[in-house]
Design a protein around this ligand. Structure first.
Ligand SMILES: *Cc1c(COP(=O)(O)O)cnc(C)c1O
Length: 375
């Protein structure tokens, strides 16, 4: 076979305003290009310890078991379910979009029983329905829900839902892939037991890492398992010998060294800005985008009180072709917005204002481009 002659891949500089990946901070891209060191190098281990501190800050937690899974958000989801569940466990799963449905699939693949609490797409999880379900299912051991449903743009009340889990003797499992860094999230104060996120949404890091954190009660539940976690790679008792081992760190898998430099840098940027300031900026930029979209006559899918600032779902005006508009935005303006997902496919667009993407220039471009393309 002759060697193929292929030129280096030169990606264009797009403006990413979809549901993720989001625009990556320039300093995060530079961090990733720094020299690779061994993943047991003492200096790298020092960086991992800082990374843990930064993650604890981002999650607002003192949980010891706080780390980044070496794979995207979906692997963080799987990490929570495979480590905590044993066959036969009942989990109350709240489903108001695509990602709640994926939680159900995870529960069933772990041999668990999912009891569903359904809410319409675009609505938040209804705590009253959750309480009724917890009351009538005293065997339930977990409550699982999505904090920020990226498929619709709806925010659920995580503090109230976690308080309900505790009241009914359940551990809470929370999807914070889109919420972390973009809206208020307080793991310890709200009593979240297991939480997972993603690097490529409001952290504006490169895709491929999933921050997770487990409360002492969740760690205890993992220790009490009577059978090993079916996934060797995601088994936290093995992974912690690497992440938590200090100077005695032992090999589990080769950490994605350069991607972890990138996460370290993106979390440093977040800490420098301040969490509250970041939440505030997402809210302010959302208000600005909202004014522009409303001036174009575009309607939001989600009612105002539950609307995510970082993910704006708007209905596609009648007579407008979904794919044509998105292609024009990409080709003529280098601008990516998201298509609708699931029930909203072909009916809505999803405009992300995540992390570095939540800034005035992006909003000005997006409104101008939509105005021209729709005209
Ligand atoms: C993006 C997303 C995921 C999955 O993350 P990946 O990095 O794509 O694997 C899970 N849950 C929610 C709410 C998301 O927005």
């Amino acid at each position: 076979m002759k060697p193929p002659v292929i030129s280096a891949f030169e990606p264009p500089r797009r403006i990413l305003m979809g549901p993720g990946p989001s625009d990556v901070y320039p300093q995060v891209l530079s961090a990733q290009a720094k020299p690779t060191v061994g993943h047991l190098d003492p200096l790298f281990i020092g960086m991992m310890d800082e990374l843990k501190q930064l993650l604890q800050y981002a999650f607002q937690t003192r949980n010891e078991m706080t780390l980044a899974v070496s794979a995207p958000g979906s692997a963080g989801m799987e990490t929570c379910f495979v480590n905590l569940l044993q066959p036969g466990d009942t989990v109350v799963v709240c489903r108001n979009g695509v990602f709640g449905e994926r939680m159900r699939q995870n529960v069933e693949r772990c041999g668990g029983q999912a009891v569903l609490v359904d809410n319409a797409w675009g609505e938040p999880v209804d705590p009253q329905k959750v309480e009724e379900t917890l009351k009538t299912n005293p065997q339930a051991r977990f409550l699982a829900f999505v904090h920020a449903e990226t498929s619709t743009g709806a925010l659920s009340d995580a503090a109230t839902l976690c308080a309900l889990a505790r009241k009914y003797g359940c551990l809470s499992i929370v999807d914070a892939v889109t919420s972390l860094g973009g809206v208020e999230l307080k793991v310890d104060e709200w009593g979240i037991d297991a939480i997972y996120s993603g690097s490529q949404k409001c952290l504006s890091c490169v895709p491929g890492l999933s921050p997770v954190s487990f409360s002492p009660a969740a760690v205890e539940r993992i220790k009490q398992r009577t059978r090993p976690v079916q996934s060797w790679f995601l088994d936290q008792s093995l992974v912690m010998a690497y992440w938590g081992g200090g100077a005695k760190r032992s090999y589990h898998h080769t950490a994605p060294v350069n991607a972890l430099y990138a996460l370290h840098e993106s979390l440093r940027v977040l800490a420098q800005e301040g969490l509250e300031q970041s939440w505030q900026r997402h809210q302010e930029m959302h208000q600005l985008l909202k004014q522009g979209l409303q001036a174009l006559g575009l309607q939001f899918v989600v009612a105002e009180p539950y609307r995510l600032p970082q993910l704006n779902s708007i209905y596609i005006p009648s007579g407008v072709d979904d794919a044509t508009v998105r292609q024009q935005l990409l080709r003529q303006y280098n601008l990516e917005i998201g298509a609708g997902l699931g029930d909203l496919a072909g009916k809505a667009w999803r405009i992300g204002l995540m992390g570095y993407g939540a800034r005035r220039e992006n909003i000005a471009l997006c409104i101008k481009a939509l105005e021209e393309v729709l005209a």
